[in-house]
Structure formats: C-alpha cells, structure tokens
Ligand binder design. Structure first.
Ligand code: FAD
Length: 367
C-alpha cells in the first residue's frame, strides 16, 4: 500500500560514487531523493583508489585535500627485463584512500538535501505503470525512478532484470608499508592478469586481478596476492587484505523501464586496467540528468540514458579489444607501448582524455 511519506521522486540504492553522482545531479535540480545503503559511512570498499584525470572533470566535488600522490611517473612491467617507464607532469591519475573519498562524497551529497536510510534487505522491486515500489525491510517505498547503484553484486539488478554476469572478474587488494618515497605507480602484467602498486602517503596499495575472465579462468586468490608481494618486495608483510568483484559485463546493458542501473551494478567498469570509478561517476551523472530532463521537458529519461549508454558501451568495447591484445599478446603489447603507444596513453590519460579521444575521436561526454 502507498504511504505518502515514503514517496520520493527518485530512490537510489547504493551510496558509492555512482549513487552519489546521480544524487548530486538530481538534488541540484530540487528532486526529492532517498538514498539507501546497507552500510553507514565511513565503510571499507576494496579499491586501489586511483582516480583518473578524466574522472575529475565529471566529479561534482573538489577532492584536492584527499589526494596523497599524483601518478607522474608510471611503470608498465611485462617481465623483469621488459619495463616501460613513462612520465607526465600532470600525472595520469591521483591517488586517494578510497574509504575517505567515499565518505567525503557521501557527506557532501547529504548536505545537498538527500535523505539517507541504512537498510538490511531489499525484499522486492515492482515497476507498476509509472511508479516503482520497493519493499525494504518490510517497508514500502514508492518512487518515479529507481537507480541501482549498489555495485557489482547489485541486488537491484538481480530483483528487477534478467541481466546477470557470466564470468565476474575479481580483484584482491592490501597494504604494504612504504619504504621508498620515490616509488612510481606501477602496473605489472603476469600469469594472473594484472597487478598494481599504487603509492599513498604511508603505504602502497597493492593488488591483483584477472580482467579477461572466461568460464575456464581461475579467480585470483589471497595466496596469489601474497606471492606477488613476496616477489615484488621480498617480504610477505601485507595488511588489510580484501577482495571484491568488478562489474565489467555491461557491454549490452540498456534500460527497459524506470529502473536505471549505474556504475558496477550495470557492469560499466572497463576491462583493460579495471577502472570503474570514472564510469560510475559518469553513468550516475547521466542517469540523473536524463531523469531531470524528463521532469523538465517531458522527454523520455529511458531513451536519453540509453543514448548515453550506447556511447559508453562502445567505449567499453574498445577497452575490451585492448584487453584482448594486452593479456593475450603481452610481448606484442610491450613493443607497441615501447614504440610510442605508451607515451600516447600516458599523455592522453594525464590530459583527462577517454580512450577513444586518445585514439583521435571527438569528445562525446560534456563535462
Ligand atoms: C580491488 C579493487 C581495486 C580497484 N581499484 C580501482 C581503482 O584504483 N580505480 C578505479 O577507478 N576503479 C577501481 N576499482 C573498481 C571500482 O572500485 C568500482 O568500479 C567502483 O567502486 C564502482 O562504483 P559504484 O558506485 O558503482 O559501486 P560501489 O563502489 O561498489 O558502491 C556500491 C554501494 O552500494 C552498497 N550496496 C551494495 N549492496 C547493497 C544492497 N544490497 N543494499 C543496499 N546497499 C548496497 C554498498 O555498501 C556500496 O556503498 C577497483 C575494484 C577492486 C575490487
């Protein structure tokens, strides 16, 4: 049964970067927004906390005070003797502590006027005529639009669509004490897929993942992370190890009704280096602006968002092609990067370009 005080323009499930980005867009247009999350903030999210320059262009908040390092020097390691060192004064990305970033983004979102409820369980989601009804812990919320921003294991996706991940990719991360203050940001390509060392103030965030997953691939394990750290640093000392899937299978995702998935819930992380915060922020922003447009100009939010998704998923397919070359033919990739592609990427990332812009196409997503 409808309860008046449980009526919202938009309900957003998940207060990570995708959810907060959607909320910002909607709240700035005076929409009545409810955010539901299963955790309070601050909370831990397994993530290396690398935020690319193109993400900063779309982030609705200033995060300068959270930046602990700029990736001005980068190393791509293909084997002990095959390394590519690159540099750009702007840096290809900034390093933050992910938990702090999410907490700040969340608090700034609440300041704009969102209502927040910590919840336990979403029991059901029904789309009836132009409304969505959500049963949360036995309470019914009614809204015009529901946004599923609840990450790779999205319950909104599972309860409201047949869209499922076939071969979810998985990544582990942990912290290693920082001894060398000049350590570069490093990606290492190995038998598991990729690994990274991201410098922060007092530690390195290290991790491993397998981004080209098939039904036959083996997920990486904690043991693999320990052995990577032991090879790299000559010590198995690593703390705070956590792991999580990355949503990368949204190449064909489109909205069917007034339930919109964004970020990892929609499978919008890229499969080359596992970057997901950019597409979480971008998709959240466009889901929000598509919904705003539908209130302001009676245009279809679904069509607008699907138009955006068609561009974004083309971009994801480009990353997937790149991943097939990088992980399938690492030595060819090494030589391609060494002979100029590496520099082109480093410059493009540092200037805040998308992959298709680096490949010479025009910018599609307005800042
Ligand atoms: C180990 C690792 C390292 C990574 N490193 C990077 C990196 O350096 N840079 C980068 O760009 N990307 C990185 N990624 C990917 C990135 O973390 C994700 O793409 C990004 O967090 C997606 O944002 P999101 O807002 O869609 O989802 P999330 O950040 O996962 O947020 C989802 C929110 O929904 C909430 N939620 C989940 N389930 C429910 C539920 N049932 N009910 C209510 N609330 C719920 C969660 O509590 C959470 O707050 C990494 C991923 C992993 C696993």
């Amino acid at each position: 049964m409808e309860q008046k005080n449980n009526n919202y323009d938009v309900v957003i499930v998940g207060a990570g970067p995708a959810g907060c980005s959607s909320a910002h867009e909607l709240l700035r247009n005076n929409k009545k927004v409810l955010i539901l999350d299963k955790t309070e903030f601050p909370r831990h999210k397994p993530c290396a906390g690398g935020i690319t320059m193109k993400t900063l262009k779309h982030l609705p908040i200033d995060i300068n005070h959270l930046v602990q390092h700029k990736a001005q020097d980068m190393i791509f390691t293909f084997s002990p003797t095959k390394k590519i060192k690159l540099n750009h004064h702007k840096g290809s990305c900034v390093m933050v502590i992910r938990d702090k970033f999410d907490e700040y983004f969340f608090n700034e979102t609440i300041k704009l006027g969102a209502t927040f409820n910590k919840i336990n369980k979403i029991n059901s989601i029904k789309s009836i005529k132009n409304k969505v009804m959500i049963d949360v812990d036995g309470k019914i919320y009614v809204c015009d639009y529901l946004i599923g921003a609840d990450g790779a294991n999205s319950i909104v996706r599972k309860l409201s669509s047949n869209f499922e991940y076939k071969n979810p990719v998985f990544a582990y991360e942990g912290l290693v004490e920082k001894k060398d203050t000049n350590y570069s940001t490093e990606f290492i390509f190995n038998k598991h897929g990729y690994a990274w060392v991201f410098p922060k103030d007092g530690h390195y965030n290290v991790g491993i993942g397998n981004l080209v997953s098939t039904s036959k691939s083996k997920n990486v394990t904690k043991k693999d992370l320990r052995s990577f750290v032991s090879d790299k640093f000559g010590s198995t000392k690593i703390s705070n190890i956590t792991a999580f899937p990355i949503g990368t299978e949204g190449d064909n995702y489109r909205v069917q009704n007034n339930i919109f998935l964004v970020g990892d819930a929609a499978g919008l992380a890229e499969s080359l280096l596992g970057e997901g915060i950019y597409n979480a922020v971008l998709s959240g922003k466009y889901a929000g602006s598509s919904i705003n447009e539908s209130y302001n100009n009676s245009v279809s939010a679904k069509l607008n968002y699907n138009e955006f998704l068609s561009h974004l998923t083309n971009e994801l397919k480009l990353y997937r092609k790149g991943a097939k070359i990088l992980y399938g033919f690492p030595m060819i990739s090494y030589w391609m990067m060494k002979l100029g592609l590496g520099k082109k990427f480093m410059n493009g990332y540092s200037e805040g370009k998308t992959l298709s812009e680096i490949m010479g196409k025009k910018s599609i997503f307005a800042n």
